[in-house]
Design a protein. Structure first.
Lengths: 726, 777
């Protein structure tokens, strides 16, 4: 093993030596080598091999990828894996298109070409994904100069529409607490709900309250209305439930001073509550959630190509370029992405800083999550239609590819549904969607899938676990398929849905309305599975073809089952999610006794405290709690809501000043989110497979049981109603 | 030759529920694809004016049905099903007595009072075999004496099953009535020779006829030890005679100055010297002369004559290229001055590579003659011979663009057209019916249609196109694939229509007449096979190509790039082997080797720019073998190479080391030591008599010949070496690179690794540069 590592490092050194050759200085040399490489790849993908040769080749490629995966070669190893993956995948596609599409019947041809198109889509997204993520930029924050006189003025815009004041209050207080010269920082609340209590609150805390006469163009319109009334050099935008830390501006503004063409800095969206997947599948902080891949990897990868996105919140934009493009884009429902695209077209730079400097609440139920994703998908499809990044002026080819992939990504609905039903074509209808022998399909497709998965697992590491993409995409595929299709037909189809957050789920229930398509898919796949078993038992059809389709359908059943379980909403009683944190604190009892504690968690109106020595405090007792940050201290009056080893304290009726102090001591701490960011375990594909399998298999029976029970109950309820009417 | 197979022997027994089968037999063998070549028309019409028979000179032989062309047992399935076997009588004999021994078996379901098996010869019933329940499924045997007067020159046996399993309601598509006639059944013929006049009008009859049922054995006689030119003349004629034989092949024993005691012979004479009992005309130039064998009045002698050996060769060429008016007992031959120029791979028997070839243009029929009985409507046949050394650059093989029609029967959606080649399945094309949904609601729809008076046309013809590819591995099986293929030497491609009964239709409904028609399919005449886009490229040495196609010699059909090298003092076996080998090549190409060169080992350097066939035997062989010892691939220890097939792994370790080239009878192929772009095939035996085995082995009866060196041992071919270390033909360079990589997997892997490393380095360097630039901005 040692020898092996030694020789691998020798290889690495050799590679570095090659890279330092003078040869690369000559363009012509570089181009000819690139040309040769491209030609070589063409030969590799187009050379026909016999079954056994292909099998040997595939096993070797897989083996090599498996070894590279473990080597400490960093990005070089990733790129080598990408190249191997491209070889196997393109080789598969070349074979697929030249040797397996000679269909016999119209049905075969229809279903077969459908599958081929879905596969082409998947391959394009795979390749574009590699372009995006091969070399994440990983930029560091640039420190602001110590002389504050040159610091620019920043207007913070917080748009709101129908959210609770409890939610918005925290954001405003946190924004007010940001470390920035007070004369250069203005906080604006843009209330499309035109609510008096909001106005009063703003007045009280020193934020500026803005409204407008109409609600045209929703959030984008709201922001544009405000932009016309302000004059700071920079605009920071936060959704009303995204609480910034105090260091937000200091960290994100530095790059603007370094790069005068920079028009936007985006920071990650961090969520301190579980999203419906995490909640309902119970994977919070264990399996990276859906968004982590985007903010952890894709945005950083996009940044290499100067194509990172504006995500609508937790970002700073330069006002002048923004006004030059006419403010926030209003043509589509994803105004943020479109705004970034427009800035790019004008030649401005965009940056992404992967330091979480704000946090918010995740959507708490699947239905809301679905609505949000539908909006994104629809918006992306709209941009693809009205301002296609592949066309038009002002973009580099790489920006075009990155933007295009961001949009193409949302077209996964139909292809995913195709993959989820493809084996049924053979099992239920006897259609041959590959005009080749089953074993040949395996010899070509397996290395394509396996090496690509392994490569993505290596690239995505902590930000996405293998097979979970399947679950996330499957759960949403049905819902985004239709809006995307409609938006592609006509960008105006469909309406905007705001995602409101903060709420409770009182009782565990299954959202059947959402789960229905998946129950149907599941049922179809189960029928297909049974049909396959029967065919196998009665020796009807090619055994190898049957086995391959059965394996495929089994995988589909597991993935669909896991996805459908997301619709089973678990209880969420606490409407104010808690954030785990160990902060120094003391309790001052009414009798004057002080107890030194550490916090275990905090929320916007409460604290969990762990006394260092055992103490008994009765529930309901009024106490004072001190929280410390460095040499600063906040003293707050609270009520004990829970006694024992961990004490719960509830803050009610805090004054505005006290609320501000609590926020500064808790949510505004600069290091709050950094430590929790990207901390999921590194991907281990087999473990992930086991996890998904576990969710899929163990939840299959209860899911079906619930489905049958609830259907029965619904029918009985209906017949009862009919009886009552009669 | 089997014209048609009714039934389903190609199917697994479980699915044997078909009704009709359509076979196009593409015989890639003697039956020449194109009779328009420049040879005298070989007519089946023989004049038999003289019928003097000699009862004491009877001849008797036994032929199995397999020998007569039935590759498998003859299956008879259905209520009225027939199968056919052709049999031809030699033109110089008449049948005195014949018996047919039938080995058969039939279904135990047959009702004895309604069922029987009929045997016909040329339409006349010769036997009716009764069936009985208790003998069902047993191996039975019966012998029929056939009246000799029923035979003509070309005959056809018909086997008919009248099969019923129920007296009232029967499913016409049921496979319950079946019978099998084993192809081991035999026909025993007692024949008497015919005395025929000494007339060349019907030449080459009686020396050779395509309709002979036996292998041609035609002695060649030289008046003295032949020189090279005389040998070339003999080679031209042996290849021409052989090209006019049937597929059973030919051999040419050689004698010097002595005629055989019986039968026919060809005598080469360039001197006025005659033979006892024969009055030769004086030689005035190239000419032929026919006379009876003085030792056997039924035998004929053909004298090919010239004043010198050059004229002898002119006579042979003139005879072989035809277009001469031959009549009477002797004919002068006009020398052919301009020999036709042949192009590579243009042998008349081979599929043209000039473009798509319509199956209908090939010898045979794709549509049955109209006067065939009802059950034979789907019969079709086509003869194709695929040239050697074809290389499919896309790896798919030879495309056949099928255009086929079948009847639309909405309630019958389980029919397939299966295509096989050399008994290997190539493709199964489903024959989906249109308007299937109508049948699902047929009752309702029909009712509605009848009520409003719309005619329902569901039995129209569906015409479709489909391209099937004959994979290269099946056309030219490699040694590794030999074991998987069942060594089918007949090169028959078949198109079989199989109709599966619908699984739902377990019970046949006699009350619904719509189910009764059998589906029929036709391969339309504009179906084509196309090898024009293919390259000619082949791994060498390749004894399979040599034995199956005469490659590399047959590349130019007139053998103008071929030299035969004989020992300095050859023996009669050497001569005979030479004539028989080129007889075989002539039969394969359908063209006489008019430009062949013969030389001796001493002069071998004069033919170094040709492909060389060396024949040596006995002590004469030693010196040449010693000279070329290092070139002969006598062991299998090739350079280290990852096997192309997992089954080859055994051959990694399996190296024959002790093959003694001096003590064996063998054929070896190798790159010419004289000229690297040329090939040598060496036929050698320590024992000259064993050379006969070599010629016999070429037809595949001793196992398939493959690889680079095979040994003949006790009538069996043994593969000694399958080393292939060069190639013949050329490819565009990108394809050549692909070929090289796919041939040598290790090379391919190395190439891929290098490509991957180069690209990774480039990408890594480029991305690093982008990142640096980005962070500096």
């Amino acid at each position: 093993m040692n020898n092996f590592v030694n020789s691998s490092s020798i290889l690495k050194r050799l590679g570095n030596h090659v890279l330092e050759l003078r040869l690369w200085k000559y363009r012509i040399a570089t181009y000819s080598i690139a040309l040769f490489g491209a030609f070589a790849i063409y030969i590799v993908i187009s050379t026909p091999l016999t079954l056994s040769e292909q099998a040997v080749f595939a096993i070797l490629a897989f083996g090599i990828a498996l070894v590279i995966r473990t080597l400490p070669w960093g990005q070089a190893g990733i790129i080598l894996m990408i190249v191997i993956s491209l070889m196997m995948s393109l080789r598969y596609m070349y074979w697929r298109l030249t040797s397996s599409v000679d269909f016999d019947t119209a049905l075969d041809a229809f279903l077969g070409w459908g599958l081929v198109l879905a596969e082409i889509y998947a391959l394009i997204v795979l390749i574009l994904g590699y372009v995006q993520t091969a070399m994440p930029l990983k930029r560091n924050a640039v420190m602001m100069p110590t002389d504050q006189t040159h610091w620019p003025t920043v207007d913070v815009l917080i748009p709101t529409y129908n959210e609770d004041l409890d939610v918005v209050r925290l954001t405003i207080l946190a924004a007010l607490s940001m470390d920035w010269p007070a004369d250069k920082l203005r906080i604006y609340l843009l209330d499309d709900g035109r609510r008096e209590e909001f106005r009063e609150f703003c007045h009280e805390v020193g934020a500026i309250y803005l409204t407008r006469e109409n609600n045209h163009h929703n959030k984008a319109g709201n922001l544009n209305a405000a932009l016309s009334q302000i004059n700071g050099e920079y605009v920071a935008i936060f959704d009303c439930d995204h609480i910034p830390t105090r260091s937000f501006l200091q960290l994100s503004m530095g790059w603007f001073l370094k790069d005068p063409k920079l028009a936007m800095v985006q920071t990650p969206h961090f969520f301190f509550s579980p999203d419906p997947f995490e909640k309902n599948l119970d994977t919070y902080r264990i399996v990276p959630n859906e968004g982590e891949l985007f903010y952890g990897l894709v945005q950083d990868g996009n940044d290499l190509w100067n194509a990172s996105f504006f995500c609508g919140s937790c970002a700073v934009l330069k006002r002048e370029p923004l006004m030059e493009i006419g403010g926030i884009a209003i043509e589509t429902v994803t105004e943020d992405a479109h705004t970034a695209l427009k800035l790019s077209r004008k030649g401005y730079n965009l940056a992404y800083l992967a330091v979480p400097q704000a946090a918010g609440l995740a959507t708490e139920s699947l239905s809301r999550h679905v609505v949000q994703r539908i909006r994104w998908a629809r918006g992306m499809a709209q941009i693809f239609r009205v301002d296609n990044p592949l066309l038009g002026r002002g973009l580099t080819i790489w920006q075009r590819l990155c933007y295009a992939n961001a949009m193409l990504h949302f077209f996964y609905g139909l292809p995913r549904l195709v993959f989820l039903t493809a084996p049924l074509a053979y099992l239920l209808m006897g259609a041959e969607v590959f005009s080749s022998t089953a074993i040949m399909v395996v010899a070509y497709a397996l290395p394509h899938i396996a090496v690509a998965s392994m490569t993505n697992s290596k690239i995505q590491g902590r930000f996405r676990h293998s097979f979970w993409s399947e679950v996330y995409e499957t759960a949403l595929a049905w819902y985004i398929f239709l809006p995307v299709t409609l938006a592609m037909i006509n960008p105006k189809f469909g309406a905007f849905n705001a995602t409101s957050k903060g709420g409770i789920v009182e009782k565990e229930y299954v959202d059947w309305k959402l789960a229905r398509p998946y129950i149907l898919l599941l049922a179809l796949n189960l029928v297909g599975f049974l049909a396959g078993l029967i065919k196998l038992a009665t020796d009807d059809g090619s055994t190898s073809t049957l086995i391959i389709n059965l394996v495929w359908v089994t995988f589909n059943i597991i993935v669909i089952s896991a996805s459908a379980n997301v619709a089973k909403e678990t209880r969420q009683l606490r409407s104010t999610p808690r954030v785990n944190a160990s902060l120094p604190a003391t309790i001052l009892l009414a009798n004057g006794k002080t107890i030194v504690c550490e916090t275990s968690d905090f929320s916007r109106n409460g604290l969990g405290l762990k006394p260092l020595s055992a103490v008994e405090i009765p529930v309901g007792e009024q106490i004072w709690v001190s929280i410390f940050r460095g040499d600063k201290e906040a003293v707050l009056p609270g009520t004990v809501s829970k006694g024992g080893k961990s004490i719960g304290v509830l803050f009610e009726n805090l004054s505005v000043e006290q609320q501000r102090e609590l926020t500064q001591m808790t949510f505004c701490r600069a290091d709050n989110w950094v430590n929790a960011w990207g901390q999921a375990a590194k991907d281990a594909p087999l473990r992930s497979l086991r996890e998904v399998l576990t969710y899929g298999v163990f939840n299959l029976a209860p899911l079906l049981r619930d489905a049958i029970r609830d259907t029965y109950l619904a029918i009985r309820a209906r017949s009862n109603r009919i009886k009552l009417k009669a | 030759m089997v014209k048609k197979i009714t039934g389903s022997q190609k199917l697994p027994p479980r699915k044997r529920i078909p009704a009709l089968a359509l076979v196009i037999a593409m015989l890639c063998s003697t039956l020449s694809a194109n009779v328009s070549l420049a040879s005298p028309a070989v007519s089946g019409k023989t004049t038999k004016e003289v019928v003097i028979t000699a009862p004491d000179q009877g001849n008797s032989y036994t032929l199995s049905l397999n020998r007569l062309g039935a590759a498998n047992a003859l299956n008879l399935v259905g209520q009225d099903s027939r199968n056919f076997i052709d049999f031809n009588v030699r033109s110089n004999e008449v049948i005195s007595k014949a018996t047919l021994k039938i080995l058969y078996k039939y279904s135990p379901d047959l009702l004895s009072e309604l069922s029987q098996i009929n045997v016909y010869l040329n339409g006349e019933s010769i036997s009716t075999i009764e069936v009985s329940k208790e003998n069902g499924n047993k191996d039975l045997e019966t012998t029929i004496a056939i009246p000799s007067e029923l035979f003509s020159d070309r005959n056809q046996f018909t086997f008919q099953l009248i099969g019923h399993y129920a007296s009232d309601c029967e499913d016409p598509k049921s496979t319950k009535p079946w019978a099998k006639i084993s192809n081991k059944s035999t026909l025993t013929i007692h024949s008497l020779p015919l005395l025929i006049p000494n007339d060349l009008t019907n030449f080459p009859i009686p020396f050779v006829s395509k309709y002979d049922s036996q292998k041609l054995t035609l002695p060649f006689v030289f008046m003295a030890k032949p020189n090279n030119s005389t040998l070339e003349a003999a080679g031209i004629l042996s290849s021409w005679f052989a090209s006019n034989t049937n597929q059973l092949g030919s051999q040419f024993p050689v004698t010097i100055n002595s005629i055989p005691n019986s039968g026919n012979a060809v005598i080469f004479s360039n001197s006025p010297q005659s033979l006892p009992g024969i009055n030769l005309p004086s030689i005035t130039g190239p000419m032929v002369f026919i006379t009876s064998n003085p030792k056997d009045q039924y035998g004929k002698l053909l004298f090919v004559m010239g004043r010198d050996s050059a004229e002898l060769k002119q006579a042979s060429i003139a005879l072989a290229l035809g277009a001469q008016n031959l009549a009477g007992q002797s004919s002068a031959l006009i020398p052919v001055t301009n020999l036709p120029i042949r192009k590579s791979y243009d042998a008349p028997n081979w599929l043209s590579s000039n473009g798509p070839v319509q199956l209908s243009k090939l010898n045979g029929t794709t549509k049955p003659p109209a006067d065939q009985p009802e059950s034979e409507k789907s019969t079709a046949s086509s003869n194709i011979q695929i040239p050697p050394a074809l290389y499919s650059t896309n790896g798919k093989g030879i495309p056949i663009h099928l255009d086929y029609s079948y009847q639309n029967q909405a309630d019958n959606n389980n029919s397939v057209l299966s295509v096989t080649y050399k008994s290997q399945p190539i493709k199964t094309i489903p024959l989906p019916m249109q308007g299937e949904w109508i049948s699902k609601f047929s009752g309702l729809i029909k009712y509605l249609a009848q009520t409003i008076g719309i005619p329902l046309e569901t039995n129209s013809l569906i015409t479709k196109k489909s391209t099937v590819f004959i994979p290269q591995a099946i056309i030219y099986p490699s040694p590794a694939e030999k074991s998987i293929l069942n060594n089918d030497q007949t090169n028959v491609a078949t198109f079989v229509l199989t109709e599966f009964a619908q699984s739902s239709r377990n019970q046949y409904d006699c009350s619904s007449p719509s189910n009764q028609g059998n589906i029929e399919a036709t391969i339309n005449p504009n179906s084509t096979i196309d090898i024009s886009g293919m390259q000619h490229f082949i791994r060498m040495p390749n004894l399979a190509a040599f034995s199956n196609s005469g490659f590399p010699f047959s590349r130019l059909a007139d053998l103008s790039q071929t030299a035969v090298v004989l020992p300095d003092s050859p023996n009669l076996y050497d001569y005979s082997t030479y004539l028989s080998v080129f007889g075989r090549i002539g039969r394969l190409t359908g063209y006489p080797g008019t430009s062949i060169t013969v030389t001796s080992i001493g002069q071998i350097d004069s033919v170094k720019d040709k492909d060389i066939l060396v024949i040596t035997s006995g002590s004469e062989s030693q010196s040449l073998l010693k000279q070329w010892e290092s070139n002969i691939p006598s062991n299998n220890s090739s350079i280290f190479k990852i096997p192309n097939n997992l089954k080859d792994i055994g051959s990694w370790f399996n190296t024959h080391t002790n093959f003694d080239i001096y003590q064996n009878t063998f054929i070896a192929g190798f790159k010419s030591p004289l000229e690297s772009s040329r090939s040598v095939v060496l036929i050698s035996s320590i024992n000259p008599e064993k050379l006969i085995d070599i010629t016999a082995s070429l037809d595949g009866s001793m196992g398939s010949m493959m690889g680079s060196l095979v040994r003949l041992n006790e009538g069996q071919i043994e593969l000694v070496s399958d080393q292939q270390n060069y190639h013949s033909g050329s490819l565009p360079w990108t394809n050549y690179l692909s070929w090289l990589l796919s041939e040598y997997l290790s090379l391919f892997i190395l190439f891929s690794v290098i490509a991957a490393l180069i690209l990774s380095l480039l990408m890594y360097a480029a991305l690093k540069a982008v990142r640096r630039k980005r962070l500096q901005s």
